[in-house]
Design a binder for this molecule. Sequence first.
Ligand code: 475
Length: 809
Amino acid sequence: MQAAALKQAVIDHLHYSIGHPPVAMTLHDYYYALALAVRDRMQHRWLNTIQTNFDLKRKIVCYLSAEFLMGPHLGNNLLNLGIEQEARTALAELGQDLDSVLECEEEPGLGNGGLGRLAACYLDSLATLQRPAVGFGIRYEFGIFDQEIHDGWQTEITDKWLRYGNPWEIAKPEVACYVNWGGHTEHYRDEAGSDRVRWVPYRVVKGTAFDTPIQGYGVNNCNTLRLWSAEAVESFDFQAFNTGDYYQAVEDKVVSETVTKVLYPNDEPQIGKHLRLGQQYFFVSCSLQNLLHILELADVPVENFAERYAVQLNDTHPSIGVAELMRLLVDERRLGWDKAWAITVQTFGYTNHTLLPEALETWPLPMFQTLLPRHLEIIYEINRRFLDEVRARFPRDEARVARMSLIGEAGEKCIRMAHLAAVGSHAINGVAALHSDLLKASVLKDFYEMWPERFSNKTNGVTPRRFLALANPGLRALLNETLGGQWPVEVGWLHELEAKAGDAAFRSKWRAIKEANKKRLADYIRAHTDIELDPTWLFDIQVKRIHEYKRQHLNVLHIVTLYRRLKENPGLKIPPRAFIFGGKAAPGYFMAKRIIKLINAVAETINADPDVNTRMKVAFVPNFNVQNAQLIYPAADLSEQISTAGKEASGTGNMKFMLNGALTIGTLDGANVEIREEVGAENFFLFGLTAEEVERIKRERYHPTDYIASNPELRAVLELINSGYFSRGDAEVFRSVVDNLTFSDPFLVLADYAAYIACQEQVNVAWQDKEKWTRMSILNTACSGKFSSDRAIREYCDEIWNVQPVTVK
Ligand code: 475
């Protein structure tokens, strides 16, 4: 019945919405028609959800994030609506294959990596847990670049994701906000004799909303992702046109539209980039204005703002919201400062995602003042009152006052966005237990001493719907059969698999599923790289952004070590392995781009060497994104989580691998610590220095050359790379990488090298006992329940947001 209706809906959309005659019909048309038909099926749930939230006047989560890395929508919506089979049947009757149609979707890559994908997982869990929520962000016209590999080097291709339209969004041109830029402020006295400030901007940009439905799994709740797009204010054009300044009119349009043109492809802050601050302010101002507008529609007094909205800052990128909400309340709604400040602090929560000092966002003061003159005044006032409080709490401690100030005074003056976020939020959290502890002991230590009650940990989570049920249909079927169909929302039930780990028949089913997933990935890799991988080999995978702290080069050192051992000792008995990498480098990150080249150079040499290529191969999967991630995680035997301890805030890829039964080789960093706790030390390959040891070594001055001098094998590996052996004799290309490791090695790659190699030998031993390995694999999935984003979202709702479930009819 559903299938027949869906088939008719696809036919209708092909006819009425797409309008191609049969002769011009493409596979993409079927994708688009099915997407529209599926969106139609969410429409009444979507509207009911909004109406219900409005009628019941329930508190709403507002998740402010500069990035939402959603991944393809179609498969996920079919899964969450429970109509996958119907869609398959409907398409089959139209002579089409659902899987081929799913591949047509151009994924919205509106994020760089972990932070943006976390926001997407959280939206899925919020809807599934029936919590009223809106994700607010930016509708970038160009998302994260597509990566191509040419001669081993990364090249960046513009991501024109909107080229063929976007069937998931509904434009809401009537939901418009006006955002000011630049100009100056005027202080005056109003009719009632109160001191007021008016902001006279240099430019006004218009923001309009584009809404995407976020369907919960197995429930009627369908939340909203609202992305803002910038355009020119029409009246400005006309004015300039009438005064004859046509060029000015066009320029204004171009400048305005530039604001939401492109995602900054760097997962570190773009200090001093005017446009980046402009993007942040733009989407935050639109979102907060929108919230105030909705409050007004509901006839709720503005004083009740914090009872109706819990606004979460996904890192410091939206933290200008603290000053903006103050401006809106004080300047525009004419609330007193104290009242407005109480509302602001009650409203905001702040999630920190990094401890790396270079990743802490600051803005040069002159630039900030040029763009946001009124906000600078407000920040000065917040700071004045805040520092008075600090002085009262810690008398005669001016060093502390300077450290905590919202304004950094060392060198060029700057605004410290993490401090603004911390002062303006009632709750501050890190994203894994270790990270939250380090936060309290390092970058936010002073703030912790001031307000210990504001701090908590919220260990990250990932959605088991997309990353298990959708990505791994084979395992989904086995879990349904074994646990019943509720496991995607009751992941605690996965623990029942522990008993099954002892069942040989179950283990053999488990292995067959893994091998099918590996074959599926091998097919994909062959199609995209011409590299042929054997699905019976150990699949050892590291996929994530390329970063020195994530230490992809440590993985390479292991590969080259093995290569040398095999060359020197052809009879060496080691189980065959496929080393698989994937990840994008920020276009301006020199070292990361060299590391990609190094991986590809080593791959080329090894894969072509008949002495070794029956026992090891290396592949770099180009353009790692959500879509191919769904093929990659389920195919892994071994998950590489080898960052320098203390540097990876949490990691979420580590959780996706675990969910799919990969064993982890990793350091005690981020959520690895908790993964090991859950699965048990005996089922986790641990190596390397602890965060404390890393800090001690750095304090006492680290000498990478000592490690080279005392380890001939390490020395030989580095020399081989440096010699041009992997680069057709070019001894220059990798000099910078080798020199960096030899003379600086900021992430202690060499200090952990020996421990890593030894640990990989343990992996080999474990892999050779197939039954034992499978048992460990099953236990990883069985113990992964903690890392469901449902658990994380429940904690946020209960402990920070105070938002309850709402049943939607
Ligand atoms: C952490 N991105 C992971 C993940 O909590 C953690 C920064 C600046 C500008 C644009 N993007 C960024 C990040 O900082 C980021 O992705 N951080 C990551 O957040 C989710 O699991 O350890 O590195």
